[in-house]
Design a protein around this ligand. Sequence first.
Ligand code: R1P
Ligand code: MN
Ligand code: MN
Length: 403
Amino acid sequence: MTKAVILVLDSFGVGCAPDAERFGDVGANTLASIAREFVKVKGRQLELPHLAGLGLIRAARAASDQTILVQDAAQVAGAYGYAAELSSGKDTPSGHWEIAGVPVLFDWGYFQQKTDSFPQELIAKLCAETGVPGILGNCHASGTEILKQLGDEHVRTGKPICYTSADSVFQVAAHEEHFGLERLLDFCQAARRLLDEYNIGRVIARPFLGAGPDTYARTGNRRDYSVLPPAPTVLDKLTEAGGEVISIGKIADIYAHQGISRGLKATGLEALIDTTLQQMQQAGSNSLIFTNLVDFDQNYGHRRDPIGYGEALEYFDSRLPEVIETLDDDTLLLLTADHGCDPTWPGTEHTREFIPVLCYRKGMADVDLGQRNSFADIGQTLTDFFSLEAMSYGDSFFKQLTT
Ligand SMILES: O=P(O)(O)O[C@H]1O[C@H](CO)[C@@H](O)[C@H]1O
Ligand SMILES: [Mn+2]
Ligand SMILES: [Mn+2]
């Protein structure tokens, strides 16, 4: 049974990358910062015994000089390392595509102005095409804060809330009942078509519910409209070779549904892990189960909530034995991330960091994979694992898993 499972802990960085200066992120370290805040606020250390057992703490200590206040495991079983990013941006699609062997070496378009962020011409075309009476926002914003500021006006006027960030994104928040979910998705698809010429990576629909600023909350009906990856990814290669790629969470959206055989949605860490376990039991040979755990990033990293992030990590760690027990003898488990999002860093953006690369197969001894120069090493390793044609980027560490 040749099966692989990838769990992307969205935004779980382990120390600033060699090129962090370019992003103003020197000193960022998602894991170390969470662990430090945990001791400060809760008076005890962050406990991640099962992740440590796969080599997380060893990888993180090698990736950064910062102290990581988490107990290491006495013994490690698995291959562990950390990887730098080749892609020009620190966004989610770049990170995911690079994991799948396709780094983004060109520059995305960005809306750099903090206010009046979108060109008038674009707004005019979007309003004309969709029939909305105008837009609100038109600025850089945190997606939860802007609901408090503009949610009421949106409900009153029917104007969608459009905002962006340091990422190549155009985000649209609208009330599921007052504006309508389908209408929001149609609006985002119109925006997607118009934004291709601006080279914007993603349009994100951010539906919300609630009766006022204190109760407005985003729902699980988020949708991401991504451009196509710039080249075929390892997902395309696997499906073309007759294999199956099962997406759980936002993976399918991130790859613009390219190379995906089946897509399953679930909301929240618990449901995403439950769905992953079910699929691990059902999937046949030559399949890849690929899950994105978005809560780390969306609910804690961007919200600058280190305690919430740490508690979510502890919850994930407590479910890890189930994941390991569900592995067949030949199944390869990979745990990694797509960028950092240090919840103690100024602002609300991602941080340019090394990602952890943890790889486990039943019966494995400990293997130090060291520093990897690209996330694409994961994709290249998968081409070896599934006997596919090699990708153009990445050094496979497959041999180190089998010795
Ligand atoms: O503040 P929210 O809406 O969560 O937005 C965040 O989510 C986007 C996608 O990761 C990022 O570009 C960042 O702006
Ligand atoms: Mn991400
Ligand atoms: Mn994010």
